[in-house]
Design a protein around this ligand. Structure first.
Ligand code: PLP
Length: 336
C-alpha cells in the first residue's frame, strides 16, 4: 500500500478530479454491479450521504434495531436528513419481515402518517458478524420496491458476506439500490469507504459529501490503498473466518457457556463472559494487559474480531491466555 501511495497519480478530488480516486470508483462500481461510485473518508459519512441522497425530510428510515445506522451514527439520519428512525425487532441483524409489512408505507406524507423514506439493511452485522440470507434480502427489496421505497445496504463488510455465502458481492448488492462498503476493517486499508448506486444518485451524494465536509483534495493517496485492498485483501478474508471458528472452538473447550461456535459466520466471535464474576469491560482490560485486544459490546458480551494480523498460532495464544485468566477467576480480574 505504501508503494502504491508513492506512485499514485494525484489530482484534486474536490474539484477537477483525482485519477486514482476515479479508478477506485470505477473498480468499486464494477465489483458491486452498480453504475457509479463515490469515495468517502468513512463508512458513517457514506451512510449519511446515502440516506440524504435517497430522501431529505419527512419520512421514516426502517431497519433492524441493532443496526449501525441506529446505534452508532450519532442520530445523523434525524439531525442531518430530518428523517425519523423506525427500528424493527429482528434476529442476528435481520429485521422481522412481519414487522416490516406492518409499517412499510409508500414515501411521502398522508393526512396523518409519515411514509417510508428508506429501508436499510446491514451485512455482515457489525455486532456478531452474521450474514443476511439472500432470500431475506430479496424479500426486503421486493416489498420495498413494490411501494417505491429505496433500499440502502450498509455493506461495510459485504466482502465477508460474499465469502461466507460463496457468491459475488454484486449478487448481494443486487438486492439494494445503493450500497456502502468499507476499505478499512477486514480489507486493511487505513481509511476509506465507497458508496455505490445509480449515476444520478451518486451525483446527489457528491453534493452531500461536500456538505458533510468529506471532499478531500489529493485523496488518491488513500484511494491507492483502497485499490490494493480490493486487489489483494478479499480472497484472504476466508482465513479470518477460519481463525474466528478456531477461536470459537478453543473457547468452547474452555467452557461451553462462553460461546456458540455454530453462530460464528464470518470474522467475529461473541463471548459471553457475564457469569464469570467480572463484566466485559473488566475482561477487556485484563486481556489487554496480556496483549489480547477485544471489545465489550454489552456488560456481558465481548467481541473478538479476526483480521490480517491474527494468524492460527495467535489464536492458540489467545485461547491459552483466556483459559488461564478464566481459571484464576475472579481474583486476577478484580485485582486490576
Ligand atoms: C456495519 C457498519 N457500518 C458502518 C460503519 C462505519 O464505518 P466508519 O467507522 O468508517 O465510519 C461500521 C463501523 O464499524 C460498521 O460496522
Amino acid at each position: 500500500m505504501l508503494d502504491r501511495m508513492i506512485t499514485a497519480e494525484l489530482g484534486d478530488d474536490g474539484r477537477s478530479g483525482d485519477p486514482t480516486v476515479q479508478e477506485l470508483e470505477r473498480v468499486s462500481a464494477a465489483r458491486l454491479g452498480k453504475e457509479a461510485a463515490l469515495f468517502f473518508p468513512s463508512g458513517t459519512m457514506s451512510n449519511h450521504a446515502a440516506i440524504l441522497s435517497h430522501a431529505v425530510y419527512k419520512g421514516e428510515v426502517i431497519g433492524e434495531a441493532s443496526s449501525h445506522i441506529f446505534r452508532s451514527e450519532m442520530g445523523g439520519l434525524s439531525l442531518l436528513a430530518g428523517l425519523y428512525p423506525r427500528p424493527l425487532p429482528g434476529h442476528a441483524g435481520a429485521m422481522d419481515l412481519g414487522a416490516l409489512d406492518a409499517c412499510l408505507r409508500p414515501p411521502g406524507v398522508t393526512d396523518h402518517v409519515l411514509g417510508t423514506a428508506v429501508v436499510c439493511m446491514e451485512t455482515t452485522h457489525a455486532v456478531g458478524g452474521a450474514v443476511l440470507s439472500l432470500d431475506h434480502m430479496r424479500q426486503v427489496h421486493e416489498k420495498s420496491s413494490q411501494l417505491g421505497v429505496p433500499v440502502h445496504l450498509d455493506g461495510a463488510r459485504i466482502f465477508n458476506a460474499a465469502i461466507a455465502l460463496d457468491v459475488a458481492a454484486s449478487t448481494i448488492a443486487a438486492f439494494a439500490d445503493s450500497v456502502t462498503f468499507c476499505l478499512s476493517k477486514g480489507l486493511s486499508a487505513p481509511i476509506g469507504s465507497v458508496l455505490t448506486g445509480p449515476r444520478p444518485f451518486i451525483g446527489r451524494a457528491r453534493g452531500f459529501r461536500k456538505m458533510l465536509g468529506g471532499n478531500l483534495r489529493q485523496a488518491g493517496l488513500l484511494a491507492a490503498c483502497g485499490l490494493v485492498a480490493l486487489e489483494q485483501s478479499i480472497e484472504r478474508l476466508a482465513d479470518d473466518h477460519d481463525n474466528a471458528r478456531r477461536l470459537a472452538d478453543g473457547l468452547y473447550g474452555v467452557d461451553p457457556h462462553l460461546v456458540k461456535p455454530a453462530e460464528v459466520a464470518t470474522n467475529m466471535v461473541m463471548v459471553h463472559v457475564g457469569s464469570n464474576g467480572a463484566d466485559a469491560e473488566q475482561w477487556t482490560r485484563v486481556l489487554s494487559d496480556h496483549g489480547v485486544l477485544a471489545a465489550p459490546v454489552s456488560k456481558e458480551i465481548l467481541r473478538f474480531v479476526t483480521h490480517r494480523h491474527v494468524d492460527a498460532p495467535s489464536i492458540e495464544r489467545v485461547v491459552t491466555v483466556f483459559r488461564e485468566i478464566y481459571r484464576s477467576r475472579p481474583g486476577v480480574l478484580f485485582s486490576n
